[in-house]
Design a protein around this ligand. Structure first.
Ligand code: NAP
Length: 252
């Protein structure tokens, strides 16, 4: 896939930092052209810098597009930018995600809505925006970032857990809709991965997490990116509708 004429193209949402940035790098390392994304101005600048670095390092084409995935029009514009630049979209990684933790009794309705809008509806918006080109070319990989919180629940995260459980339902239903068209849809459920998201944990929460992780360490973004790169590859053509935990044994 190093030939520019035939290179696959990938969109990785929320790839200005953290897990998304590592996934974009892993796909570029496979020779894919990549669209990086974030919703804020700060993340657009980071995504642009990352795009230049990937182009230099792997000889692929990479661009950064600012879009809020929770907005259907912006998600459609993100997909359109990829199609315009590369003429195809082979891989969509729905990675953009936020947390607004708090106990259910005290959680504001806006905090519930905001998390579901980005994490779940954002995944739907972006999937919908790429389904036509993917099914038309009879080749596609949609990879959705869920969480162990969505599989097992986590106190203080009813909004986040609901959104990530919803992502699993979306993954399975969509996998059944498009399997015969050469498109696979899978979910990755990370445990505790060292990013800005987990940097917000208190020392006590971090120590409690470490006690429960069989491997005895937080995961690195690259631990998740390696699985995403595999699911995006041709070797994963017969895997669809699955939810795979990357959690160092947290949920054993
Ligand atoms: P992170 O470091 O906070 O990065 C999140 C990325 O998403 C940033 O690029 C952020 O940029 C972007 N983003 C946020 N809201 C967006 C929106 N509305 N539209 C487009 N982009 C948006 O998070 P992370 O830890 O790498 O997590 C990545 C994914 O893995 C998330 O879905 C998260 O829920 C999931 N996950 C993470 C962990 C973990 O332990 N870290 C565990 C399980 C699951 P802007 O804010 O600037 O837009």
């Amino acid at each position: 896939m190093t030939d520019r004429e035939t290179a696959f193209a990938a969109i990785v949402t929320g790839s200005s930092r953290g897990i998304g940035a590592a996934i974009a790098a892993a796909l570029a390392a496979q020779g894919m052209n990549v669209v990086l994304n974030g919703s804020s101005e700060r993340s657009l600048a980071a995504a642009e810098e990352q795009a230049r670095a990937l182009a230099d390092r792997f000889g692929v084409e990479a661009l950064a597009v600012a879009a809020n995935v929770a907005d259907p029009d912006e998600a459609a514009a993100l997909a359109a930018a990829a199609l315009e630049a590369f003429g195809r979209v082979d891989v969509l990684v729905n990675n953009a995600g936020i947390t607004r933790d708090g106990l259910a009794m005290r959680m504001a309705a806006e905090d519930f809505d905001a998390v579901v809008d980005v994490n779940l509806k954002g995944a739907f918006n972006c999937a919908k925006a790429v389904l036509r080109p993917m099914t038309k070319q009879r080749h596609g990989r949609i990879i959705n970032l869920s969480s162990v919180s969505g599989v097992y629940g986590n106190p203080g995260q009813v909004n986040y857990a609901a959104s990530k459980a919803g992502v699993i339902g979306l993954t399975k239903a969509l996998a059944k809709e498009v399997a015969r068209k050469g498109v696979t849809v899978n979910a990755i459920a990370p445990g505790f991965i060292a990013t800005d998201m987990t940097a917000a944990l208190s020392e006590e929460q971090r120590a409690h997490a470490l006690e429960r992780i069989a491997s005895g360490r937080l995961g690195e973004p690259e631990d998740v990116a390696a699985l995403a790169a595999f699911l995006a590859s041709e070797d994963a053509a017969y895997i669809t509708g699955q939810v795979i935990c990357v959690d160092g044994g947290l949920t054993l």
